[in-house]
Design a protein around this ligand. Sequence first.
Ligand SMILES: [Zn+2]
Length: 87
Amino acid sequence: MSTKCDSEAHCLRSFDFPEGGWECSTCSNYNFKGRKQCYRCKKDFSQNDMQGKPKHMLMQDEEKAALKASKILARKQRNFKRNKQRE
Ligand SMILES: [Zn+2]
């Protein structure tokens, strides 16, 4: 029994994909760097296959950044209103 992960979902989320791999455009399987064929569907690597980390992982980072930015903006707007009332 492993105590490393709280749950399977958490474990999958925190799994770090190695750099330089590619995502299969047919089955969305993530393949390690240097693979010439998809591990899952055996499709040959082509220009259509995405380089780098899977898109859904990049999306997650963008969403996190957007959330952070919106929180900062909300705080700035609150401060702005407060300053205006004081004047
Ligand atoms: Zn594939």
